[in-house]
Design a protein around this ligand. Structure first.
Ligand code: NOJ
Length: 727
């Protein structure tokens, strides 16, 4: 084995000095591997390409033995013995799945976000993985876009916190540790703003939106030390991100100070030809390299195109060396030169796996959002004797996985049916599908209706298949697919006639546009995709073992025509409030969301009062304490989540309706009161002026605190921002 240990930068230079052009391009190439009965294979290539140094990085290789074998070939059989960087989409867990990211965002809990990332890293690293293509930080205000499920929701503030927590979780304290992964913040930048929510479509957002909304989460990831960044597939105002030197070298590297590796998205360099900015792989490779992309994921453009690009003078060897240096430095930071087999060396203990599933159950339950709960239909009575589960998602373990399942087995997921049967051992838990998730066969509805009779509650399990959100899964009709509405309406009618409460549970990667269901169901829950413990997590909520605490991280539209929707829109000269014929509204629909950002009920009943801002004035260096009294007037212990917003009444640039500044949580017993205090650093109130430069403007700031972004229900106070100290 090659004893090279280039932790020292000079050794990396020595190594670069020894490399042929092919070996250099190999280090800039990541190819897709998989594993067959005969051992590991690489799509379109052979393992010989690792031996020859033409392939220096892999993705999609699952299993410690396969990873070790590939690594052995690189380290022991290639001329320079440079270890492979092996990456995988470990997005919401590896073998143990946690809730899909949008669902996890509903926890509003950075510690939990970091913890699930840490556990995912441990599990993936035990399989020989050293890099995850996560976290996904694309702010989305458009539920049509399928990848909304992979991200933090509509708030850039949330995305920033999530970025920091995830990077900390994946990378740990020491990137070289056997259980740390290099995180890849993606997709830089503004992918969430694809035109009309259509996947891969062009993005054209203002400079202000870019700086206020889309870049801050990446700035947070860079500040947290993220090892790598992935440019988006999309173009930004006509310039594909993969070739966007202004964004990658300019904004990301120079402005944000990012010094890590830029890894292209899958085949994205070759797709510069499709974008229409490159004639061939040579030009495509040159554009991407010049823009600052270090690793070519699977397109082969660097391997095939860069030699000719060099000859044509389109790129320089310095540029290639610069990229190689970054890749080798990352490998060194990951400890791969010290011990390429460190990850995957030891199998995890059964105890660790059990603990991780407990975490998945806890986080799964906390990700579920109780959207409505008429007459306290939930929790179900503890002595319930008969419950009927109806719908195509009631016994669909594989669907519970959501959009990215990494190495998770379909049958290792707990269905709602299994979870409810385990939670209610003395009750009869009946089940009928009624209809499939999609398709037009409604012949099963009659049998499902029969099962309603005699039940004390009907739980309708509706929504999307796991593959109906995620990449390449935009929907123009983001409601219930197939014949599910027909099924739901028939059940609501049948159960309604017998006074049986119908609890509707939605599994989806996005808010679904279902105002009719919210109107008619006794209770409505957004379960998103809760992960491997889905059925147990949901049963915990339905039976009251856990009081719901999830809050929606994205507004739920009443109609597709309201999209894009978010709490931070600008007022305009004829605002929504007060309503009038010439206010900003629709003539055929309310302008307000069905459920605002932050909405989510609990089994407690909370009131908020006595908002205090102390002190109520200050300069940029000050932090004021915003506190509120919270009382649980309900009959059950529960956790309330409180949001702190601000609103500038006047500034040089028209201010948003609400700006999120803080989130706090407090758990209270029935009848108990507590004070929740949220710090507000005045420096946070800097905003971008007309020149797009951040500045703190003096004046009155409205402080708004409440249980969601529902403006009508917020407590208000004031803060005077001064730019000079009081004399
Ligand atoms: C394409 C996706 O856009 C990206 O998010 C993912 O990491 C890569 N494929 C690799 O699977």
């Amino acid at each position: 084995m090659n004893a090279l240990k280039p932790r020292d930068p000079r050794r990396i230079e020595t190594l670069i000095g020894r490399m042929t052009l092919t070996e250099k391009l190999g280090q800039l190439t990541m190819m897709a591997a998989s594993h067959t009965v005969t051992g590991p294979v690489i799509a379109g290539h052979s393992v010989g390409d690792i031996r020859s140094g033409r392939i220096g990085n892999l993705l999609n290789l699952i299993g410690a033995a396969a990873a070790r074998e590939m690594q052995r070939i690189a380290v022991e059989e290639s001329r320079l013995g440079i270890p492979l960087l092996i990456g995988l989409d470990v997005i919401h867990g590896h073998r143990t799945l946690f809730p899909a990211p949008l669902g996890e965002a509903a926890l509003f809990d950075p510690e939990a976000w970091a913890l699930t990332a840490r556990e995912s890293a441990r599990e993936a690293a035990a399989d020989g993985i050293a890099m995850t293509f996560a976290p996904m930080l694309d702010v989305s205000r458009d539920p049509r876009w399928g990848r909304t499920v992979e991200g933090p929701g509509e708030s850039a503030w949330v995305a920033e916190r999530l970025a920091a927590a995830k990077v900390r979780g994946y990378q740990g304290d020491d990137l070289a540790a056997a259980d740390s992964l290099a995180a890849v913040a993606k997709h830089f930048c503004a992918y969430g703003a694809v035109t009309a929510g259509r996947e891969y479509a062009s993005v054209d957002v203002s400079e202000r939106a870019l700086l206020e909304v889309h870049m801050p989460p990446f700035a947070a990831a860079v500040a947290a030390g993220v090892a790598a960044v992935m440019p988006a597939f999309t173009d930004l105002a006509g310039i594909p991100m993969t070739a966007h030197a202004g964004m990658l070298r300019g904004r990301l590297r120079r402005q944000l100070g990012f010094e890590g590796v830029l890894v292209s998205d899958y085949n994205a360099i070759a797709e510069l030809i499709q974008h229409g900015v490159a004639a061939d792989l040579v030009e495509a490779a040159a554009l991407a390299l010049e823009a600052g992309v270090d690793i070519d994921m699977v397109s082969g453009a660097y391997l095939q195109g860069l030699p000719a690009a060099l000859e044509r003078g389109l790129v320089s060897l310095e540029r290639i060396d610069e990229a190689v240096r970054r890749v080798l430095s990352l490998k060194a930071r990951l400890g791969l030169f010290d011990d390429p087999y460190r990850r995957g060396a030891a199998a995890e203990s059964a105890a660790a796996l059990g603990e991780r599933r407990r975490l998945a159950r806890d986080v799964g339950a906390r990700s579920i959002v109780l959207l409505t709960n008429r007459d306290d239909a939930l929790p179900l009575a503890s002595d319930i004797r008969r419950v009927t589960l109806i719908g195509p998602l009631a016994d669909a373990p594989a669907e519970m996985r959501g959009p990215w399942w990494s190495a998770a087995e379909p049958d290792a997921q707990i269905s709602v049916l299994a979870g409810m049967r385990a939670a209610l051992p003395r009750a009869e838990v009946l089940h009928a599908c009624g209809v499939d998730i999609a398709g037009s066969d409604d012949s099963g509805i009659a049998a499902a209706l029969e099962l309603c009779d005699g039940a004390q509650a009907v739980v309708l399990c509706l929504g999307e298949a796991a593959t109906m959100s995620g990449e390449a899964a935009s929907r123009a009709h983001p409601g219930l697919p197939g014949r599910q509405r027909k099924l739901a309406e028939a059940v609501l009618e049948r159960a309604g006639a017998r006074a049986i409460p119908v609890i509707a549970v939605l599994f989806s990667g996005r808010p679904l546009v279902v105002p009719w269901l919210a109107e008619r169901a006794a209770a409505l829950l957004a379960a998103w995709f809760p992960g491997c413990e889905a059925g147990h997590a949901l049963a915990d909520i339905l039976t009251g073992r856990t009081s719901p605490s999830g809050r929606t991280p994205i507004s739920w539209p009443r109609a597709v025509g309201q999209i894009p929707l978010d709490f931070g829109q600008r007022r305009g000269g004829r605002p929504v409030d007060p309503p009038g014929p010439f206010s900003s509204r629709y003539i055929d629909e309310s302008p307000e969301p069905l459920f605002p950002f932050g909405h989510g009920l609990t089994y407690g009943r909370f009131t908020l009062s006595h908002l205090r801002v102390v002190p109520d004035s200050g300069t940029e260096s000050a932090t004021v304490q915003v506190s509120v009294e919270v009382e649980n007037q309900g009959r059950r212990r529960a956790q309330e989540t409180v949001f702190l917003f601000t609103r500038r009444l006047k500034s040089r640039v028209a201010p948003p309706l609400l700006e999120l500044r803080g989130v706090g949580r407090i758990a209270l017993d029935p009848g108990a009161r507590g004070t929740l205090t949220l710090p507000l650093a005045i420096a946070q109130l800097r905003s971008l002026g007309p020149d797009l430069e951040p500045a703190l403007e003096p004046g009155a700031i409205e402080i708004l605190v409440g249980a969601s972004a529902n403006r009508a229900a917020l407590l208000t106070g004031w803060l005077e921002v001064r730019t000079t100290p009081e004399s």
